[in-house]
Design a protein around this ligand. Sequence first.
Ligand SMILES: [Fe+2]
Ligand SMILES: [Fe+2]
Length: 291
Amino acid sequence: MTETDRLCERLSAKSRENFYDVYKRFEWTDRIDPDRLGMPPEITTLYGTDVWDDLSDEQKHRLGICETGNLFAGTLHGEQVLVAGLSNQLYGKKLTPEVTDYLHHFLDEENKHMVMFGLYCRKYVGRVYPAKSLPLPRALGPGEDLIGFYALAMVVEDFGDYFNIRAMRDDRCDPLVREISRVHHVDESRHLSFDRAYLTDLCEEWLPRWDDAQRKKFSDWLRGFMDVHWGTYYNPAVYKDVGLEDPYDLRLRAMKHPTQVALREKVAHKLTTFFSKIGLLIDAEDETVSD
Ligand SMILES: [Fe+2]
Ligand SMILES: [Fe+2]
C-alpha cells in the first residue's frame, strides 16, 4: 500500500464521520441579515478602488451578497467539471481500491456543494451566474490529461478556500454565509490534501517523460488558466446587480488596482509554490535559461 492509499483510508474515514444531509444541514433564512455582511469587505473585488468609497451602505451590502454568489457559482461550475471527471475515473485500471473508495466521497461532497451553492445563488442573488469557458489543457504528453485535471481542481479549490476561510472566521458576516463557508472549507481541506498527494504521485510518474517544450507548454497553460480563473472573480454581472455604471470598464480597473493585485498574489502564493515544487510551473528564471 502506498502513502497515498493510506491517506485515502484516513480521508474516507473522516468523510464518513462528517457525513451530512445537505438538505437538512442549513437554516435557509428569507434573506441575508441586512445588518450582517455577505462577504468581508476587504476581500470583495472593489475594495481599495476609487469606486469603493462612493458605494452606499446598501450597495456595499448587495456587493457582498452577490460576490459570495459569484464565488459560489464559480466554484459550482468548477465542481461540475470535477464531478464529471471524477466519475469517469472511478474503477479505472490504474486506481487502487483505496483511491476509488475516496473518490466516491469526493464526488458525493462535490455534489452536495453544488446543491448548497445553487440554493444560495437562487435564493439570495436571484440566479446562478453562468459559467465562463475555461481553457482546458489539450492532452499532448503522457499523463497530461490527469495532471491537468487535478491542477485545475486545485486552482478552483485552493483559491476558493481562502475566501471561505475569511468568511467563516468573520463575525461581521451573516451566520448562513459563515456556515456554508465553514462546511465547504472542512470538506475542501480533505480534497486538497488528496489533490496534493495524488498530483505529486502523477508528476513523479509522468514528468520524467516530458521534454522541455512539453513542460514549458504545460506551465504556460497553467499560468493562463490561473489568470482566466481570477478573471471570473471580477464579474460585470455582479457590478450590474449592484447598480454600477460601466461594469466592463469597472472590471478592468478593479483587476488592475494594486490592492487587488496584492490580494491575488497573497492568495495564490502557496499553490504556485507547490506547483513549482512538483515541476508544473517553470519560473521566469528557468525559462530565461532554457531560452
Ligand atoms: Fe466543493
Ligand atoms: Fe472540492
